[in-house]
Design a protein around this ligand. Structure first.
Ligand code: ADP
Ligand code: MG
Ligand code: ZN
Length: 606
């Protein structure tokens, strides 16, 4: 890369941004972070997942003389970045245990001969004496610690090897140190700065709002149908479905495959080789959907994930946020759907009870924040951003189900509440809502008759509502404190104010969805609108061109060009190289390497 004659370092940075990365502008906090690093100040960058942290050290690396050392916890993350940098014409290498001896030597020599601008490694490789020796002979300009929260025991992903990074920092006193993380809590942020020995570092915190994520929460009623509906809105695109158990990832992946979808399970119990293959297939668009436990995550930097679904309630808003953060990293819209089943609460409570007392309190608090989000009746971004200490716009975001979808008016559900409460009372305040609903709906099942519950006066008085509606009513009675749920067994008993309702002294306002039959006829809700009007068929054709090029080169399609570039091609129909160069994500190297097959496809398109 030839340095350009430019007025200021930031002008120079803007040119590199355009010519190498093909981006028009910095994202808000990126500019500040990069300016700080280029002034030689130690810097801590706190930006949400997908916020563009990598660029904060990749770009200075190209402007500075000398080497940028990037410490990253996962091999797959490093390889992904090296692939993308190489595709953009940047000399970047990785040193880790996955390389064979020859490749390792080649990469060492690329560093010692000063050819590599960036060197990626895991902390354990950095501590090796051969590495330290190599680095002592180079000029290390920047030391970047990615996923820096791994250094903190208070973080959600503590890695003991990260602890030793403090001493490494001391070995390169002249290098600028930059720590990067998406961690939300102030405690971890402080911990990172002090552990890295950069307590005085300039700190930059980006907003945790991700406006391109459409947030939706639905009662989990018929999960497969609900997931199919979601997938149908993003046909042939990449998505992740999170489940709380390994078993469930397998059954759901199987159901989806039986319906003709390219879906695979992913969890820690699977063989390492199988997991790697699934991840690779996903990254290369050979499968569309991964059904996973939380084990699937940090190694995934795939930018074009169009939906993230949660089959089960996450344990905390922090983990939920990190998981949905894997959607829409390229800045295009992605849909996040949480299927909320109150049954999950008893499972979570069970796990909480296995913890030591002190942790139980924290876990319950986290759960309550999660519920504030899941059961919100106001814009979902309020409870979400509130968690990160930010205040959401008072107007509402226009990108969540509460803001976008007609919310049913509150109606008077006093009579239904009385029926339900008295049924709870008459069955002895020991059963979960499933049994109560069976009794209300007049079931003659063994479970009902075995207890003589078909003789109760409340048997069959609830035919006016279907089971789904009753479940919804039950949840609201719990929310209002009229019922108290035993979180271990799920049994319901009357809450304090229940008597007043039963005696008709107060009314209950609530929401009840339409009955089953009309729900089935309801039209599919429309997909979030794409940002740019473009020719869908051409876009699909360009995806095929990209897939072929990627397969031939043995790299993921998004490394060739991101989706956004293809969308812009299908909107602007560039016919010449300069026209192509003007598009998002097209730099000089990518243009030279991959421009012409796309130009051909566009020229011959009618
Ligand atoms: P993070 O590490 O913060 O999760 P990444 O560095 O992986 O995020 O970047 C996420 C996506 O954003 C990538 O696809 C990247 O190419 C894109 N990106 C980063 N900076 C910009 C920018 N200034 N303009 C456009 N896209 C960007
Ligand atoms: Mg990152
Ligand atoms: Zn909203």
């Amino acid at each position: 890369m030839q340095p350009h004659a430019a007025h200021s370092p930031m002008d120079h940075a803007s040119i590199v941004l355009r010519e190498v990365f093909g981006f028009d502008s910095f994202r808000p906090v990126q500019r500040d972070v990069i300016a700080s690093v280029m002034e030689g100040r130690d810097t801590l960058a706190i930006m949400p997942t997908g916020g563009g942290k990598s660029l904060c050290y990749q770009l200075p690396a190209l402007v500075f003389e000398g080497l940028t050392v990037v410490v990253s916890p996962l091999i797959s993350l490093m390889q992904d970045q090296v692939r993308s940098l190489t595709a953009a014409g940047v000399e970047a290498v990785v040193l880790n245990s996955s390389l064979d001896a020859q490749a390792y030597r080649d990469n060492m020599s690329a560093v010692s001969r000063g050819r590599a601008k960036l060197l990626y490694l895991a902390p354990e490789t950095l501590f090796k004496s051969s590495t330290m020796q190599l680095l002592s002979s180079c000029r290390v300009a920047v030391l970047a610690i990615d996923e820096a929260h791994c250094i903190s025991e208070w973080g959600h992903d503590f890695r003991p090897e990260y602890r030793q990074l403090a001493s490494v920092r001391a070995s390169f006193p002249h290098a600028v140190c930059i720590g990067l993380t998406a961690t939300a809590t102030p405690r971890v942020r402080d911990d990172i700065a002090s552990s890295l020995g950069i307590a005085d570092a300039a700190r930059f915190v980006a907003s945790f709002d991700r406006p391109n994520l459409l947030l939706r929460v639905k009662d989990r009623e018929r999960p497969i149908a609900q997931l199919m509906d979601l997938i149908g809105r993003h046909e042939g695109r990449s998505g992740i479905i999170y489940c709380s158990t390994r078993n469930r990832t397998e059954t759901i992946a199987r159901s989806l495959r039986e319906r003709g979808l390219r879906a695979m399970p992913y969890h820690a119990g699977l063989d390492e080789k199988v997991r790697r293959r699934t991840q690779e297939q996903f990254v290369r668009d050979d499968i569309d959907i991964v059904v996973a436990t939380v084990a699937f995550g940090m190694g995934i930097d795939k930018p074009d994930v169009r939906f993230v679904a949660h089959h089960d309630l996450p344990r905390s808003l922090e983990s939920y946020y990190q998981e949905i953060g894997r959607g829409g990293r390229d800045g295009l819209d992605a849909e996040c759907l949480l299927l909320f089943g109150r049954k999950d609460l008893s499972t979570i409570e069970y796990f909480i009870q296995q913890k030591p007392d002190a942790e139980q309190r924290v876990a319950r608090l986290q759960l309550s924040r999660m519920l504030a989000f899941a059961e919100s009746t106001i814009c979902r971004r309020r409870p979400l951003l509130d968690y990160f200490g930010e205040t959401a716009d008072g107007e509402g975001c226009g990108q969540c189900d509460i803001c976008n979808e007609p919310q049913p008016e509150l109606e008077d559900i006093t009579v239904d509440a009385q029926k339900f409460l008295s049924c709870v009372y008459r069955t002895g305040q020991a059963f979960g809502s499933g049994h109560i609903i069976d009794v209300l709906r007049g079931s003659k099942s063994k479970k009902v008759t075995g207890r003589g519950h078909e003789h109760l006066s409340t048997h069959g008085i609830g035919m006016n509502r279907d089971a789904t509606q009753w479940r919804q009513i039950a949840r609201q009675l719990v929310q209002h404190g009229l019922l108290v749920q035993d979180l271990t067994h799920g049994g319901l008993r009357l809450g304090e104010a229940a008597g007043q309702v039963l005696r008709g002294e107060t009314t209950v306002q609530g929401r009840v969805c339409a009955p089953e039959t009309s729900r089935k006829q309801r039209r599919r809700s429309s997909a979030p609108k794409p940002a740019l009007v473009h020719d869908e068929a051409l876009f699909e054709e360009l995806r095929r061109v990209r897939k072929k090029l990627a397969d031939d080169a043995g790299i993921p399609p998004y490394v060739v060009f991101p989706d956004r570039t293809l969308v812009e091609m299908a909107a602007h129909w560039p016919m010449t190289e300069p026209a192509l160069l003007a598009l998002h994500g097209v730099g000089a190297t990518r243009l030279a390497r991959w421009g012409s097959p796309f130009l051909d496809a566009i020229r011959s398109w009618k």
